[in-house]
Design a binder for this molecule. Structure first.
Ligand code: SAM
Length: 275
């Protein structure tokens, strides 16, 4: 981080009383440079004055840190490994155990695309399985407005454009230019607001005790400094059952390797803790 952008971070922390130093420096730097250009300030010094004076700009800047881009079936290799290897393994494990259900947590769910993708795969496997199985998906995000959007289950054509036509017809109802998830699919996910840095809770209260067979914590680690990435990974790992799986984003695999996790299917971003 440059001296000027560090000064802007200092102003933000003082005026908002908000801890933003945990964000990765180059991510913060890029976000500040972007706002300097967008506001026409031209220099970090002028932007520092603006951010010190304008509440609207401070809010705008904070919103720009909460990047919530997501997609249905975002990483195709992860999804196909889940469909063909990991979920069939978990279904078998469930049938051979006394557990009631497969338990899943989507820990940074944005507008729900990731959680509903898991639900679609599981529902399709369930329909092809003679012996039915139960599962529960808990999904959370720190940003209230994204959780509200996820609960709504309503998407634009662009947002569902990488789903097959067959899946769109099966899982969505079209209302004008909007695509609404069918109620039976919407009901399979339990959404709530949850900050992964919560000191008091290990997982969303609705899940009561965690005990997840699989946690997906994808495409947020790279926003944070290494010490905060580790905090998040320690937290979600503690909620896993023995032999549970942890999934990250494709570009975050190196972080997991460096912390000693083992990728169970090559390049899939699906990990287990090393014994
Ligand atoms: C880029 S989106 C990724 C969405 C989805 N996991 C995916 O891979 O498509 C990152 C999400 O992480 C959420 N997030 C960032 N920091 C968080 C935290 N400390 N606790 C919970 N959610 C967080 C953001 O609100 C945002 O919705």
């Amino acid at each position: 981080m440059t001296r000027d952008t560090a000064h802007i971070v200092e102003i933000l922390q003082q005026t908002l009383g908000m801890e933003i130093s945990g964000y990765d420096s180059s991510f913060l730097n890029n976000s500040i440079q972007k706002r300097i250009t967008e506001t026409g300030c031209g220099s970090p010094e002028t932007y520092a004055v603006l951010i010190g004076q304008s509440l609207a700009e401070r809010n705008h800047f904070i919103a720009s840190l909460s990047i919530s881009y997501s997609e249905f079936f975002r990483n195709s290799l992860t999804c196909s490994a889940l469909e063909r290897i990991i979920f069939p393994m978990l279904i078998l494990r469930l049938k051979e155990s006394k557990r009631q259900e497969i338990r899943i947590w989507s820990a940074a769910c944005a507008a729900g695309q990731e959680s509903y993708s898991l639900a679609i795969i599981l529902e399709e496997l369930k329909n092809g399985d003679a012996e039915k199985f139960n599962y529960r998906i808990f999904a959370s995000d720190q940003t209230e407005s994204w959780v509200a959007r996820a609960k709504l289950g309503q998407y634009t054509y662009e947002e569902i454009s990488n789903l097959s036509l067959k899946r769109v017809a099966r899982w969505f109802d079209r209302h004008g230019d909007r695509y609404l998830l069918k109620p039976n699919l919407k009901r399979t996910v339990d959404f709530s607001v949850f900050d992964l840095f919560s000191e008091s809770q290990g997982s969303p209260p609705a899940s009561i005790f965690g005990d997840f067979d699989l946690v997906i914590c994808a495409n947020l680690l790279f926003y944070y400094k290494p010490v905060f990435r580790k905090k998040i990974l320690d937290k979600v790992s503690q909620c896993l059952t023995k032999g549970g799986f942890l999934i990250t984003g494709e570009t975050e695999r190196e972080i997991l390797f460096s912390l000693g996790y083992r990728e169970v299917v090559p390049h899939s971003a699906i990990f287990q803790l090393k014994p």
